[in-house]
Design a protein around this ligand. Structure first.
Ligand code: LMR
Length: 423
């Protein structure tokens, strides 16, 4: 039965980590998968997560199944993070949120839902986009096409070409946009450019699908939701696939959400019933642990008061853009801010090191890119050379995970890049 099945190609991103693990060279550097690392090269468990886990172990609510849509409290907290606490869509009950196994799970549920209920629609992806996007929609038999996004000349957003592309997409199709920290380029539209994009998408009659995997990694929780909040105004319909993998560091716990904004509460209930069918025939109901951690940290005022011992730190964090609605949340935002800041510092450091080495290209554009990734402009051949000759693993498109750079590996990285690019 199985002897004629050919091998599949290695996954463009996770496959590199497999290859990295099998590489015996001690000086190897993994800048492929988008996982945060601290300056010692470790992926830390956030302190608030560790503490929440201790409390949860003491107060375990059992191991029974969650509802098909997941925890209702979790859904509410997701909605508040996405839209704010007093958004008209939340109050009108026109948004349905489902707890999903990670952001990828949210995308796959969305794709299955679209295949069934909007069978004529094509999903338009940015060129370039996350390597897994086309695969997810293909697996759900949803056709995809691309719209212009990146300008290799300026290493920036090709806004004019992007708007022109959007203007040609047929009404009723779906446009997938990265709400912030575009993966793989790290290039986001400015607020004015978002305004123009929202207007073009509306004029064209398209359904926006926002992939929101990096909330808090560009500027902050509230700031990074700007694009989404613009899209969600005036009773608009919208799909959001969000994730706590990165901003809570809960990668392996698979904690994500699919949110569907409908025109009315009635529509939302019908959509909810359909999405539940999709989920039930796929993974039945979502895993509990990661969502419980998020629930705990984003939980109520009472829990904030319990954490009084950490009040000093919490107060500090409030001054740092956090909402101050409870101490746990403020501490989370503080830790998130530290990750964001370290990535920013590593951008600066790498650019400086490359400059000091007299590397031929000017890499200062990397400083303005946002989130974990940087689209370096390195060619496929240069990427292969970096891996084969220097044990530096980056994604084939030239994307590097800046969060994998640290003060101990940056010199070797700059030297390796210098060698493949030339000085
Ligand atoms: C990435 O782009 O590296 C992350 O989103 C992880 C993944 O699943 O690919």
């Amino acid at each position: 039965m199985f002897e004629n099945i050919p091998s599949a190609p290695r996954d463009a991103i996770l496959g590199l980590t497999e290859a990295f693990r099998n590489d015996s060279r001690s000086e190897k550097i993994n800048l492929s998968v988008g996982v945060y690392q601290d300056d010692s090269g470790q992926t830390p468990v956030l302190e608030v997560v560790r503490e929440a886990e201790k409390r949860l172990a003491e107060e375990s609510t059992g191991k029974g199944y969650l509802p098909i849509s997941g925890s209702p409290e979790y859904a509410q907290r997701v909605q508040h993070l996405l839209l704010g606490t007093d958004h008209e869509a939340v109050q009108a009950g026109r948004i349905a949120t489902f707890q999903t196994p990670g952001g990828t799970g949210a995308l796959r549920v969305a794709a299955d839902f679209l295949h069934t209920h909007l069978p004529q629609a094509t999903v338009w992806l940015s060129d370039p986009t996350w390597a897994n996007h086309p695969n997810i929609f293909a697996a759900a038999r949803v056709p995809t096409k691309t719209y212009a996004y990146y300008d290799p000349q300026t290493h920036g957003l090709a806004i004019d070409r992007m708007l022109e592309s959007i203007g040609k997409i047929p009404a009723g199709d779906i446009i997938l946009l990265h709400a912030c920290c575009h993966n793989p380029t790290g290039i986001d539209p400015t607020p004015d450019q978002w305004q123009a994009i929202v207007a073009a998408v509306r004029k064209q009659g398209l359904l926006p699908l926002l992939d929101f995997a990096y909330q808090g990694f560009a500027e902050g929780i509230e700031e990074d939701a700007t694009s989404l909040r613009r899209f969600s105004q005036d009773g608009a319909e919208l799909i959001v696939c969000s994730s706590f993998s990165k901003n809570f560091g809960l990668y392996c716990e698979r904690v994500g959400a699919l949110s569907v904004l409908c025109k009315t509460a009635e529509n939302s209930q019908a959509v909810q019933s359909q999405v539940k069918r999709t989920i039930r025939t796929n993974y039945s109901n979502p895993p509990r642990h990661g969502a419980e951690i998020v629930n705990w940290v984003l939980g109520n005022e009472a829990r904030g008061n319990e954490a009084r011992g950490n009040e000093a730190r919490g107060n500090e964090a409030r001054g740092d853009g956090a909402t101050g609605d409870n101490t746990w949340r403020a501490r989370w935002e503080q830790e998130l801010g530290q990750m964001r800041e370290r990535i920013g510092n590593m951008r600066q450091l790498l650019v400086r090191k490359l400059h000091e080495r007299g590397v031929r290209e000017d890499y200062s554009f990397m400083i303005g890119q946002r989130g974990m990734f940087s689209y370096t402009g390195l060619s496929r051949a240069q990427v292969d050379q970096l891996r084969e000759q220097h044990a530096v693993y980056i994604v084939g498109s030239g994307r590097i995970n800046v969060a994998g750079i640290n003060t101990a590996n940056v010199d070797r990285l700059a030297a390796a890049i210098g060698e493949v690019v030339g000085t």
